[in-house]
Design a protein around this ligand. Structure first.
Ligand code: FMN
Length: 157
């Protein structure tokens, strides 16, 4: 299905909604996302999307477990690196491996580990609904913000 909208203008309209920035990781790699949203507390669910023509979603979701790493304002370089296809991006970033074998990035605002609750195929995206298995937050870190295709930081938190 095609639309009559100017894609540049539409991208700007979508990008007018400021978001945080995260890196979705699983057993072998990861990629920068800003489509994260909390979905429900009971059961504890989140949602994000994978652009399937860009990312090897089959490998990413292979173990049915993954992590969302919330980036701090000092981690713009991490966001830029994980938005590339550099095969060494994980090795270039300080991280640990969880009991569930997910890559967990160091020095973030926090992370959540999840199991795949549901995945929904829509056009060129997969919506992934994850159920929280465990999480950790660092109250001393500030968030990295993404707004109209650029990185920002918040003054008031
Ligand atoms: C700020 C930002 C947000 C992004 N959000 C998403 C997203 O929500 N979903 C997605 O599939 N790709 C998103 N991307 C693009 C992916 O990061 C990029 O396609 C991916 O890193 C490609 O690498 P891979 O093939 O190793 O997965 C985003 C990129 C940036 C810079």
């Amino acid at each position: 299905m095609t639309s009559d909208f100017d894609n540049t203008a539409l991208k700007k309209a979508f990008g007018s909604f400021a978001t945080g920035v995260a890196v979705a990781t699983s057993h072998s790699s990861g990629f920068t996302i800003n489509s994260f949203s909390s979905l429900s507390l009971s059961p504890p669910l989140i949602i994000f999307n994978i652009y399937k023509t860009e990312t090897d979603h089959i490998d990413f979701l292979k173990n049915k477990t993954f992590a969302i790493n919330f980036l701090s304002r000092e981690q713009e370089d991490v966001s830029r690196l994980f938005a590339t296809k550099d095969p060494e991006k994980v090795n270039k970033t300080q991280h640990s491996i969880s009991k569930n074998k997910n890559i967990i990035l160091n020095d973030t605002l926090g992370h959540i580990e999840l199991s795949v609750f549901q995945q929904i195929d829509i056009a060129d995206h997969i919506l992934v609904i994850g159920q929280v298995q465990n999480f950790k937050t660092d109250d001393n870190k500030k968030p990295l913000i993404y707004y109209r295709s650029d990185y920002k930081s918040l003054k008031d938190v």
